[in-house]
Design a protein around this ligand. Structure first.
Ligand code: NAP
Length: 367
């Protein structure tokens, strides 16, 4: 969140403790909001730095049940938000920076400096585009380097562009870019695609898309004034050339001189002219704000939920939904599913806590 503030609710008094706060407004957060609102929990959805999540960056969603002709990602999100609002969910432009989850009610620290308290917390913060780690990417992201073809593709009419990655995202980016670019080259670090067969076939069969197998991006050339002008690529017949290049560079040569592989060695280095580069190399879960909390994270940084069919975490009252807790399925429809589960789990947990409190508070019968 950049300088946003929440008009309401401000939350330092007991009255302002929410029953449920949902962090994230992608399909998981929206689905949780619909369910929580229908259960009269008056959920507050903190929309986060990427309101609407990944679907807003997607073109057509063809595999969401109930839309035989497909549906635009943005449209699906807008309709989901309207549905949640119709049932009474509140939305705020706010990003959670830190959380205190040792005591209940939980406290969330917002980027605006405000603090918000809630009895139950649904974490639906999704995942954000991963970067490759090529030289020049920090300077050129947004200047010809992009993680979103649907957002930036139109700037590349007539350009030769590269798409990095071998999964569905990369295929989708490549296919979309053929509308504008002169040529699209998919650069993949090995020679087998990770993408689903249907997406892989569409990309392979497209006449404007070609593939550079066993190839990785080492460096992006250009400047913020001129944009991306070229790319230095490494290739190796057995894949993962960058790893080999870096190993070789760190070893130096037989005489002890440092440096990259020398001519004639098996990693090939080449600089090509391109006008744009698009990353499609997957996503990393947005769990930074949970780093100092007792909520366990997996090795990959995903929210660790309890085993079995549940969205509960090891911290009572904290639930996870969508890509932030799902390293495997990562589909819009599964995110919607876990969103609804999280709201149902939160509702049941709140009922249990309330029932327990009532039992404790009930006067003892005098006999
Ligand atoms: P993904 O399936 O994890 O694929 C990431 C790709 O990027 C892999 O090919 C990986 O290479 C490559 N990669 C990762 N880090 C890299 C690096 N540092 N340098 C170079 N290459 C790197 O991610 P995704 O494509 O975003 O898909 C995620 C999920 O969303 C999947 O379940 C997918 O089905 C779904 N999705 C579906 C659609 C659709 O149906 N329209 C569209 C987008 C996404 P390796 O293969 O060597 O690991």
């Amino acid at each position: 969140m950049n300088g946003e503030t929440m008009s309401e609710p401000s939350a330092e008094t007991d009255e302002s403790v929410r029953d449920v706060v949902i962090v994230g407004s992608g399909v998981a957060g929206l689905s949780a909001a619909v369910y929580a609102a229908r259960a009269d929990l008056e959920p507050l959805v903190l929309e986060g730095p990427e309101p609407g999540g990944q679907l807003t960056l997607t073109t057509d969603v063809e595999n969401y049940l109930g839309f035989p002709e497909g549906v635009g990602g943005m449209e699906l999100i807008q309709r989901g938000k309207a549905q949640a609002q119709a049932f009474g969910a509140e939305f705020a432009h706010a990003t959670v920076e830190d959380a205190t989850l040792d005591d209940r009610p939980f406290t969330l620290g917002l980027a605006s400096g405000e603090r918000l308290r809630t009895r139950a917390l649904i974490v639906a913060t999704g995942a954000s585009a991963r970067w490759v780690g090529a030289d020049g990417e920090d300077e050129l992201m947004g200047y010809g380097l992009s993680t979103c073809a649907t957002c930036d593709g139109a700037f590349h009419r007539g350009d030769d562009v590269l798409v990095i990655g071998g999964g569905d995202s990369a295929m989708e980016e490549a296919l979309f870019l053929t509308k504008f670019a002169e040529s699209v080259t998919v650069v993949h670090r090995r020679e087998e695609l990770r993408a689903s067969d249907i997406m892989a076939d569409r990309a392979r069969e497209h006449e404007d898309i070609s593939f550079r197998w066993n190839t990785e991006l080492l460096e992006i050339c250009g400047s913020q004034e001129d944009g991306v002008t070229g790319a230095t690529l490494l290739s190796h017949p057995e894949g993962y050339p960058k790893e080999r290049y870096e190993e070789s560079a760190s070893q130096g040569d037989a005489e002890g001189r440092a440096g990259g592989p020398r001519d004639g060695e098996d990693v090939t280095k080449e600089t090509v002219d391109v006008g744009g580069i698009f990353y499609g190399v997957g996503h990393v879960p947005n769990t930074d704000f949970l780093a100092d909390t007792p909520v366990p994270l997996t090795e990959s940084g995903h929210l660790d939920t309890l085993t079995g069919m549940t969205t509960e975490t090891a911290v009572e009252g904290v639930f996870g939904a969508g890509d932030v807790m799902d390293p495997d399925y990562r589909q819009a429809i599964t995110s919607a599913g876990t969103g609804s589960m999280a709201a149902l789990d939160a509702e049941e947990w709140l009922d249990t806590v309330d029932a327990a409190a009532e039992r404790t508070e009930a006067p003892l019968s005098a006999d």
